[in-house]
Ligand binder design. Structure first.
Ligand code: ZN
Ligand code: ZN
Length: 227
């Protein structure tokens, strides 16, 4: 078996663990599930990190993210019918019912980063959640992978554009992109299709651009024309 084939087995075991129990399997569990030794598992995780199929802590080898799943809290929790997850970010949290066949709707909960107000939605597969809240994404697409944990940690949901502005002022940051809940839902819908299946290949830039356009997104933030 080639290194790439081993990496795909480990990727499937990681995604399977997140989907089933809401957390990343540890190295010993991955070795038991795949039949690889610890060194092979570690090599596979490093390869998957390089190809951006997973995010690992390169010091410890621990799995940090397998989008849309996360091992670390980034502001969202997601409750399914049997499983509880950390949501990676606003985008990832709303993507989970689209990815998991057994979870057609989940409870997504967060707090407004500006005023700490609690917000919760039932995120469904068939229709966008109701609400006047807005999502703010800080880091433009071209730089999302410079520090993906920072990027996801700053894709948050706010009460209103007023709360976005207050938060930007308080943190000294420049406004990224603000979208309403239906746009966020369309962005999340289908973005991670196929991640639980063998042989999945990540989207290339042209497929990503087509998805963003179909979701109704425009402009340099998304690497797209303004109109
Ligand atoms: Zn607020
Ligand atoms: Zn994310």
């Amino acid at each position: 078996m080639s290194e790439t084939e081993r990496a795909e087995e480990v990727r499937l075991a990681v995604y399977g663990g997140f989907a089933r129990i809401g957390r990343a399997p540890g190295a010993a569990e991955l070795a038991a599930r795949t039949g690889f030794d610890n060194r092979e598992v570690r090599q596979a995780l490093e390869l998957l990190h390089q190809t951006r199929d997973l995010v690992i802590d390169t010091a410890t080898g621990d799995i940090v993210m397998a989008h849309p799943f996360s091992s670390v809290p980034l502001g969202f929790s997601i409750m399914g019918s049997r499983t509880l997850w950390w949501g990676g970010c606003a985008w990832d949290s709303f993507a989970i019912p689209h990815l998991l066949r057994d979870e057609p709707d989940v409870l997504v909960a967060t707090r407004c980063p500006a005023c700490d107000a609690p917000h919760a939605w039932v995120a469904r597969r068939d229709t966008p959640p109701p609400g006047d809240q807005v999502a703010h994404f800080l880091v433009p697409v071209a730089h999302m992978w410079d520090d993906i944990v920072h990027t996801c940690g700053n894709q948050r949901l706010f009460c209103s554009t007023g709360c976005v502005d207050a938060w930007l002022k308080r943190t000294g940051r420049r406004r990224g992109h603000v979208m309403d809940l239906p746009t966020l839902w369309r962005l999340a819908r289908g973005w991670y299709d196929g991640r639980l299946e063998r042989g999945h290949i990540r989207r290339d830039p042209s497929s990503a651009a087509a998805h963003f356009t179909a979701a109704g997104l425009r402009g340099a933030f998304w690497g797209l024309p303004e109109h």
